[in-house]
Design a protein around this ligand. Structure first.
Ligand code: ZN
Length: 631
């Protein structure tokens, strides 16, 4: 006889909602891989993609709003992190869903070849969605289901984004999305989710060029999780890296057939079976576990259970000698950014693409910064405007002639920094931050900076071998005009920024024809130049090239060599990029961009109230950068 407690228990169970399945559990039960899109069609098995289980389940976590995965191409990321969540939400938590693809064409193909077959073959969606292709509630780019709907859109056509609120926003191939003259689809999509407290933003992509990859920047904003596996010999936990793949035979000759993984700790080789076993029991470890709101993951093809190391190495050997195919290997197999080295971009091509701005400061430009280069006989400044996706606009390039050991050119710069610039909507905005090169004439640069609030006019020193864009202040030896000394300064990774600038200068805009209307689309980091920029600016901007040489230990190092006499425009670019970094742009979320827009930023803040003090202090030389900050 059932006890009272048992009776109560069973009636409570009847009243409870059905068991909550996590996305991975749901997929194991209901998902079927369709023959159209998968070599391994049939029932979904989590065991085939062990590293994806936690990524999928992170989407269910109420504390998590954003999920990012930077990945190579053969890791089932689209099946696991795009299609599984879409079908899960259609089935279990019907909501309005938006899937953003790089282009409209991509979206149509995606719907036809991947999403529609996946819906058709899903065991639990039978009868829940109309399969009549003539039904207006089920088109290629829009499908209704009980309690929700899904829209597919292309980033090249923001106009096709529906205007209703959405709860689940997914971006497929984030790095290939573009900003168009009509707006930024990714930003618009994110805004549409604002009404839902339980919104999810899911971004998936293989990366592209170094410094310009959106997925890499998004990954870095999140919890930064990597998949650690255990060495079968020494048990050391490690991530799988291509640099640990050995493909030399016993005669020390390159041979893909003997490709094997070598433990980075004990240097013992693993068999392929060891690698598979290690992956099956691997786990994600976060660099920033406190960031639960945004979980970001990174994975590469070495974790794939259906790609052998031999296949991967064969692929590498085929692609390694041509920069274009090598980029494909680095992006799609290693899931890493690719860095272009060497050649300066073609200045004539850049000169030819100058454009007429609708106002001094075009619409999509959110804030202005300046980069100042100091030479013996001149000071030069470039004002650059930055917007979402690192799209940037050269606004003005100015030279103030005069001996920089005298007051004259500095007074002109001081006056210039008060200037405001007219936006398309009529607002006037000023310069938010300025970075000044303190390599030359450091004493005068420091004196000038002291007239302003800390961190609005910032003295910096360029370092070719520094990898980070900005490093914390450190002691720099300077040869001042009056005496030798040292001070502390922020250092800038000039070489890193130059590579980023050159990669960006190589980006080209695209023109799409949608509904008989031409739409311009700009890739991440695209640089705009105004009509009044002259030829010499572009020659200066592209005046250096990265060259390779062997250091004393026989390793290749890169250094920058001038190919033309004047290179100030490139230096100004580097310093203004550093200023944008100090503004915080590299880690801006969509909310940060919105806030910056509303702030109507501008105006370098001068310390006028301590004017006398500054004048007096300026009479003596500064011995240290601490003096500088403290006074
Ligand atoms: Zn080991």
């Amino acid at each position: 006889m059932a006890s009272l407690i048992d009776l109560l228990q069973s009636s409570i169970e009847k009243l409870m909602p059905p068991e909550r399945l996590k996305i991975s559990e749901w997929a194991e039960r209901y998902r079927v891989l369709s023959p159209e899109s998968s070599v391994e069609y049939g029932d979904w098995k989590n065991a085939r993609v062990p590293y994806m289980v936690d990524v999928m389940n992170a989407i269910n976590d109420p504390e998590t709003e954003e999920i990012t995965i930077q990945s190579s191409s053969q890791t089932s990321k689209t099946e696991a992190i795009i299609i599984n969540p879409i079908l899960y939400y259609m089935d279990k938590e019907p909501s309005p869903i938006l899937l953003l693809c790089p282009t409209l064409n991509f979206a149509e193909n995606f719907s036809r070849k991947r999403l529609t077959p996946a819906i058709r073959d899903c065991k639990s969606l039978q009868g829940k969605i109309s399969t009549n292709s003539r039904d207006a509630a089920n088109t290629l780019l829009y499908k209704e289901f009980h309690g929700g709907n899904i829209t597919l859109a292309g980033s090249n056509s923001p106009a096709t984004l529906s205007s209703h609120p959405i709860r689940i926003f997914l971006v497929e191939e984030l790095d290939r999305t573009e900003t168009t003259s009509e707006g930024d689809s990714v930003a618009l999509g994110e805004k549409r989710t604002n009404n839902y407290y339980n919104r999810k933003k899911i971004k998936v992509s293989t990366p592209t060029l170094k410094g310009l990859s959106k997925i890499v920047k998004t990954y870095e904003r999140g919890s930064r999780e990597q998949f650690y596996v255990e060495c079968p010999h020494c048990k050391a936990k490690q991530t799988l890296k291509f640099s640990q793949v050995i493909f030399k035979n016993s005669e020390n000759k390159t041979d893909a057939k003997c490709a094997r993984y070598r433990c980075e700790k004990c240097s013992q080789d693993w068999t392929e079976a060891h690698r598979y076993e290690a992956i099956k029991s691997g786990l994600w470890i976060a660099e920033k576990p406190e960031n639960k709101r945004h979980r970001s993951f990174k994975i590469n093809e070495l974790y794939s259970l259906w790609r052998s190391l031999e296949q991967i190495v064969t692929d590498f050997l085929e692609k390694k000698d041509n920069p274009e195919t090598l980029q494909v290997f680095v992006n799609t197999t290693l899931g890493e950014e690719f860095e272009i080295k060497g050649q300066a971009p073609d200045w004539q091509k850049l000169h030819a693409r100058r454009e007429k701005y609708n106002a001094q400061v075009p619409n999509r430009c959110v804030f202005l910064v300046g980069g100042v280069d100091v030479q013996e006989d001149r000071i030069q400044i470039e004002v650059v405007g930055w917007g979402r996706n690192f799209e940037n606009w050269s606004i003005e390039y100015q030279t103030f002639f005069g001996d920089t050991a005298s007051k004259e050119p500095w007074d002109k710069l001081e006056k210039y920094l008060e200037k405001t610039f007219k936006c398309e909507d009529g607002r006037e905005i000023g310069i938010l931050k300025v970075c000044i090169d303190a390599n030359y004439n450091s004493q005068d640069v420091l004196k000038f900076c002291r007239k302003y609030y800390i961190s609005s006019v910032i003295p910096i020193v360029g370092r070719d071998r520094q990898l980070e864009i900005i490093a914390p202040p450190r002691k720099i030896d300077v040869k001042g005009k009056k005496k030798y000394g040292s001070f502390r300064s922020y250092t800038v990774g000039s070489s890193t920024i130059k590579k980023e600038v050159y990669n960006a200068l190589r980006q080209e805009k695209k023109i799409y024809k949608i509904d008989n209307k031409e739409i311009e689309a700009f890739p991440f980091g695209y640089c705009h130049f105004p009509e009044n920029y002259n030829e010499s600016y572009f020659m200066e901007l592209t005046a250096e090239e990265a060259k390779k040489k062997k250091d004393k230990n026989g390793f290749f190092i890169y250094y920058w060599e001038k190919i033309r006499e004047r290179n100030e425009a490139l230096d100004c670019r580097v310093y203004s990029r550093a200023a944008a970094y100090i503004v915080g742009m590299d880690f801006f979320t969509e909310e940060d961009w919105e806030r910056k827009e509303q702030e109507q930023p501008g105006g370098i803040k001068k310390r006028t109230f301590v004017h006398e003090q500054v004048e007096r202090n300026n009479d003596k030389d500064l011995d240290s950068f601490e003096d500088f900050w403290e006074s």
